[in-house]
Design a binder for this molecule. Structure first.
Ligand SMILES: NC(=O)c1ccc[n+]([C@@H]2O[C@H](COP(=O)([O-])OP(=O)(O)OC[C@H]3O[C@@H](n4cnc5c(N)ncnc54)[C@H](O)[C@@H]3O)[C@@H](O)[C@H]2O)c1
Length: 408
């Protein structure tokens, strides 16, 4: 591994395949840095929006970046790839829910779609999160079997995983350190030069397998630590004491930093990526596997708590608040809040679900939503919801039929 910082690449034509949360911000940054960028997406609405300068990710700085004249002049979107110097693949890698392995169909389709346009000297960068060995044992043969190119010699293949936090993408995409995993040294240099165009964090050059595993380790580390917090909290509950309070006290130890328990783990990465390690080495991922089970079980535990809280109320009317996978974002992906509501509805409970940050989820005001309700279940504590509750708690309780306010 080396982190000697390279010079930024001279302007190139960069084809970014997949213009979602990861691909579009990278495309905009590259365009701002002076590269000619072609954003490719199978979603025609997204292609149109990009060409019209409309940002689909709710972050004002990204809209500002999109409005920048240099960016506008350098970026264009279309639904199929074309020739270029560099190809960046940023398509989804969801979980195959039945087999609990990476669903590679989007990456495979994306790689197949660029194959007709690959020329000697091109660089292909996979930003999608992928199981270890994918570059060497899956993508390399796909390219070599379909072309006369030789990966590492006439075509350069790298895995440069992304670690942005939705909600703070604009800052993180520039300032986070980044792993540049190239199949050989020359690839690492070429890929690092591309990221040096806009990344101010350090670029760490390494091989592709190390990069693939490092990305998965990061999210597994988070998952295992959340599971530990959830387990501690459950033990505290058994003892009838306040789990969060115990954790806060334990964290007064100078070398302890336990996370806080939650209703489950959501988002595009943490609940999915640990499975990719288990996929590749099940014998050595027992802790990772157990943590996944603990966190996946949380929505069921929370649904059980809500059922218990309304057990004395006939035909309870439950208002669930917060649908995103974590506070202060509109991102619904893998959201445990959605799962909790679904579990309760399956059991026949009358649950209405609102989120002030999610378009179309009908949020008005706490006072209005709480009217004649038997329970307010705050599943995701967006700052807006909590400050509104703090301001108007007594009025809210007065308009409820049964004033049960639940917050995990
Ligand atoms: N969102 C995050 O915070 C985050 C962070 C780090 C890593 N990742 C990883 O990055 C990858 C992309 O995630 P994302 O959040 O940007 O997903 P996304 O769903 O927001 O965007 C992916 C885009 O790819 C498009 N697409 C799918 N197949 C395509 C194809 N064959 N050709 C062209 N476009 C295609 C989709 O229409 C979509 O717009 C995933 O592997 C994810 O795990 C995501």
């Amino acid at each position: 591994m080396t982190n000697k910082q390279p010079a930024a690449a001279t302007p190139q034509t960069i084809v970014v395949v997949g213009t979602g949360y990861v691909g579009l911000p990278a495309a905009l940054m590259l365009a701002k840095a002076g590269h000619k960028v072609v954003g490719v997406d199978i979603n025609e609405n997204l292609v149109r929006a990009i060409n019209e300068g409309v940002m689909h990710i709710r972050e004002s700085e990204l809209q500002t970046l999109m409005d920048d004249p240099t960016v506008k002049a350098n970026i264009h979107a279309q639904s199929t790839p074309c020739e270029g110097d560099v190809f960046i693949i940023a398509v989804p890698t969801p979980l195959d829910e039945r087999k609990k392995i990476a669903e590679m169909v989007y990456v495979d389709d994306a790689v197949r779609s660029i194959i007709p346009f690959l020329r000697p000297g091109n660089l292909v960068i996979i930003e999608s999160t992928i199981p270890p060995l994918t570059c060497r044992e899956h993508i390399t043969p796909m390219i070599e079997e379909a072309t006369s190119l030789k990966v590492g010699e006439t075509l350069y293949l790298a895995h440069c995983p992304e670690r942005i936090l939705p909600g703070d993408i604009f800052h993180e995409i520039v300032h986070n350190d980044r792993i540049i995993g190239g199949i050989n040294e020359i690839t690492q240099e070429k890929a690092a030069a591309i990221y040096a165009s806009f990344v101010k964090g350090q670029l760490f050059k390494t091989d592709d397998i190390t990069a693939e595993l490092a990305k998965l380790m990061e999210n597994s580390y988070r998952d295992v630590n959340i599971a530990l917090a959830n387990e501690f909290n459950a033990v505290a509950e058994t003892l009838g004491i306040d789990g969060r309070g115990v954790i806060e006290l334990a964290n007064r130890h100078p070398r302890v930093n336990i996370l806080m328990p939650g209703i489950g783990v959501g988002g595009h990465c943490i609940p999915i990526d640990p499975w990719f390690i288990k996929e590749i080495d099940p014998a050595n991922s027992r802790l990772i596997f157990t943590s996944r089970l603990i966190n996946d079980e949380m929505p069921h535990r929370i649904a059980a708590k809500i059922r218990h809280a309304v057990r004395g109320v006939s035909s309870p009317r439950i208002i669930a608040l917060g649908a995103a996978y974590k506070p202060n974002t509109e991102d619904l992906r893998e959201s445990p809040a959605l799962e909790i509501v679904e579990l309760l509805r399956e059991d026949g409970y009358d649950v209405q679900h609102y989120d002030p940050l999610v378009e179309g989820m009908g949020y008005t005001s706490l006072l209005e939503l709480a009217r004649d309700a038997d329970m307010l279940a705050i599943l995701i504590a967006h700052d807006d919801i909590i400050s509104e509750l703090e301001r108007s708690r007594s009025e809210v309780e007065q308009v409820m039929r049964t004033p049960i306010i639940y917050r995990y």
